[in-house]
Design a protein around this ligand. Structure first.
Ligand SMILES: Nc1ncnc2c1ncn2[C@@H]1O[C@H](COP(=O)(O)OP(=O)(O)OP(=O)(O)O)[C@@H](O)[C@H]1O
Ligand SMILES: Cc1ncsc1CCO
Ligand SMILES: [Mg+2]
Length: 271
């Protein structure tokens, strides 16, 4: 089934996720584990957090997609991340990289660059992270961005072309590129930035959607971002009072999102 960029495509991606419930192996940071697993469950997917060097390769065999997030990086984890990424490529399974805090420290940037060299299917970061990943001034504030997505578009296109991957920049409007085409996603609410690991979590939804449409990582990535952003908009409209209730409402709306809501609310356009 081919996904188009319209909200019909977004619904096809979500319906497939709910029907097929792909197993997404997550090697992710300690901060994000709980919300990421709950976001994947609310989207209909099946999360498993497995990072031990002793089992990552075997885990990739049973997973449909792999997510690698370097948020709380330590030396001991790096070997497992590399083995898992290589196993995914060898087995023809998509893997998605979240370059958390790229540019914050040399150690982090070096590890992320070495992972980028292992051919991720998709990279999703905030604007500062994508700028730093391309070797440009990212002005990252730890794990948070200080730049707008549009400022990082050139960097994203350069990474996408050089590494043959899709690159997504999250922000007020998300941008997704394969180096040639650019899709813009105009969903989300600013307060998502005040809930930790929402970027990490949407990257996991990207992994779930992309493995169901392996020929169309560009569209699948944009639809994952639109679905996630729209769930936050609906939670805000439900009367979320701050980050705490928005977080709860986000999970509820990911779970309850109807075809009508997604068709009416997803805003993906060719930029
Ligand atoms: N100003 C904004 N308006 C609307 N939505 C936003 C805005 N900024 C970010 N978002 C949305 O919030 C989510 C997280 O994006 P963000 O850029 O904050 O990721 P991040 O910095 O990697 O987060 P984290 O590291 O905490 O996981 C995305 O779905 C993005 O579209
Ligand atoms: C706050 C934080 N620190 C390392 S990872 C992480 C989660 C958001 O990226
Ligand atoms: Mg992040």
């Amino acid at each position: 089934m081919a996904l188009d960029t319209s909200s019909t495509g977004a619904w096809e991606a979500l319906a497939a996720c709910r029907e097929k419930s792909p197993l997404v192996q997550c090697i992710t940071n300690y901060v994000s584990m709980d919300i990421m697993a709950n976001v994947l469950l609310a989207a209909g997917a099946s999360p498993a957090m497995a990072h031990s060097i002793g089992e990552v390769e075997d885990f990739v065999k049973i997973a449909s997609a792999l997510l690698i997030n370097v948020g709380t990086l330590s030396e001991e984890w790096v070997g497992g991340m590399r083995l898992a990424a290589k196993a995914a490529v060898a087995q023809g399974k998509p893997w998605v990289l979240d370059p958390v805090g790229c540019g914050a420290t040399p150690f982090r940037s070096q590890v992320i660059s070495s992972l980028l060299a292992l051919s991720p299917t998709v990279v999703r970061g905030n604007a500062s992270e994508i700028l730093a990943l391309a070797g440009l001034e990212g002005a990252t504030k730890g794990v948070d961005s200080t730049a707008a997505a549009t400022e990082a578009l050139g960097a994203a296109q350069q990474i996408a072309r050089r590494h043959g991957c899709v690159v997504a920049i999250s922000g007020a409007e998300d941008l997704v590129t394969d180096g040639t085409r650019v899709l813009k996603v105009a969903n989300g609410v600013p307060m998502l930035q005040q809930i930790t690991a929402t970027g990490c979590s949407v990257t996991a939804v990207v992994a779930a959607f992309v493995c169901l449409f392996p020929q169309q990582p560009l569209e699948a990535t944009a639809h994952a971002l639109a679905y996630f952003g729209l769930a936050a908009e609906l939670a805000a409209a439900d009367g979320a009072k701050g980050p705490g209730s928005l977080r709860v409402g986000l999970l509820d709306n990911l779970w309850s999102m109807s075809q009508e809501q997604l068709l009416a609310g997803a805003r993906v356009t060719e930029a």
